[in-house]
Ligand binder design. Structure first.
Ligand code: CTP
Ligand code: CA
Length: 229
C-alpha cells in the first residue's frame, strides 16, 4: 500500500487516532454536542491497522463498533479526550486528530437535572473555552519526529482558512474539507485537500473515507523518521 508499495509500511509504528465528537455535559441528562459520526476516524484506524501499525483509537461518542485489532479507548467530553490522547501520544509515532472537538463547554456542570423555573425566561448559558488539544500536541512532541495531523471542516474560503489554521496549530498536516448541511457528516464519502506545513497540497477526490485515510497514511509515512531496526 502507499508510495512504498508495501503491505505493511506502518509495521513497528504506534499511531493514535481520535474519532467521533466530544459531548460537554450540562447536567446528568443533557449535553452540548456535534454531528460527527466517527466514520473518518474509524477508517483511519482500520487502514493503519491493515498497514501493520499498532493503533490506539480514542473514540468520542461514536456508535460504530470497535474495529478488529485496534485498542479502543472510549471517552465523552473534551477533557476526557485530551487525557486519553495525551497519554497515548507519549509513545506514538503519529497522532491524527480526526475527532470533532467542542470549542467550549458549560462553565458549570449541574449535578442534578436542571429544572425550568416557573414562567421565568432561561438564563443565558455560560461557556468556557476548552483546551486546544491539537495545538498542545503540536507544541509538545513527546517523541522526536512524531507526526501530528489535524482535520478542519470549513464552510467557505476553505483553502485560505486551512492554511491559516495549519500555521496556527503548528501541526505537520491538515486535512481540509468543505462541509455543509448534507456534506460529509454521517456520509460514507469525503473530498479533501491535505495541506502540509512544508507547503505541499494533496487533493483527494470525492470518494470513500478509506481512500482519504490511505492518502493521509501515505503522507504520514513519508514524514516519519526511518524506523529503528
Ligand atoms: N481541535 C482540538 N482541540 C480543540 C478544537 C479543535 O484538538 N479544542 C482539533 C480538531 O480535532 C481538528 C483541528 O483541531 O483536528 C481543527 O478543528 P477546528 O474546529 O477546525 O479548529 P478550531 O481551531 O477550533 O477553529 P474554528 O474556530 O474554525 O472551530
Ligand atoms: Ca472548532
Amino acid at each position: 500500500r502507499g508510495a512504498a508499495g508495501s503491505g505493511a509500511d506502518l509495521a513497528g509504528r504506534h499511531v493514535v487516532v481520535s474519532a467521533g465528537g466530544t459531548r460537554e455535559p450540562l447536567d446528568p441528562v443533557r449535553f452540548l454536542g456535534n454531528r460527527s459520526s466517527g466514520k473518518q476516524g474509524y477508517a483511519l484506524a482500520r487502514t493503519a491497522a491493515a498497514r501493520g501499525a499498532r493503533v490506539t483509537l480514542v473514540s468520542a461518542n461514536s456508535a460504530l463498533p470497535d474495529p478488529a485489532g485496534v485498542d479502543v479507548v472510549r471517552v465523552g467530553s473534551t477533557l476526557e479526550l485530551r487525557e486519553a490522547v495525551t497519554k497515548a501520544a507519549a509513545e506514538a509515532d503519529a497522532v491524527v486528530m480526526a475527532a470533532a472537538v467542542a470549542d467550549f463547554r458549560p462553565a458549570v456542570y449541574a449535578t442534578g437535572k436542571i429544572k425550568k423555573k416557573d414562567d421565568r425566561e432561561p438564563e443565558p448559558l455560560a461557556l468556557v473555552r476548552n483546551p486546544d488539544i491539537l495545538a498542545e500536541l503540536s507544541a509538545s512532541r513527546p517523541r522526536s519526529g512524531q507526526v501530528v495531523v489535524g482535520f478542519a471542516a470549513e464552510t467557505d474560503d476553505v483553502l485560505p482558512h486551512g492554511r491559516a489554521k495549519l500555521a496556527a496549530k503548528g501541526c505537520d498536516l491538515l486535512v481540509v474539507n468543505e462541509v455543509g448541511e448534507s456534506k460529509t457528516f454521517g456520509s460514507e464519502e469525503n473530498e479533501a485537500v491535505v495541506l502540509g506545513a512544508d507547503g505541499s497540497e494533496t487533493p483527494v477526490p470525492y470518494g470513500p473515507k478509506e481512500t482519504l485515510a490511505e492518502t493521509v497514511w501515505d503522507l504520514i509515512a513519508e514524514r516519519l523518521p526511518a524506523a529503528p531496526r
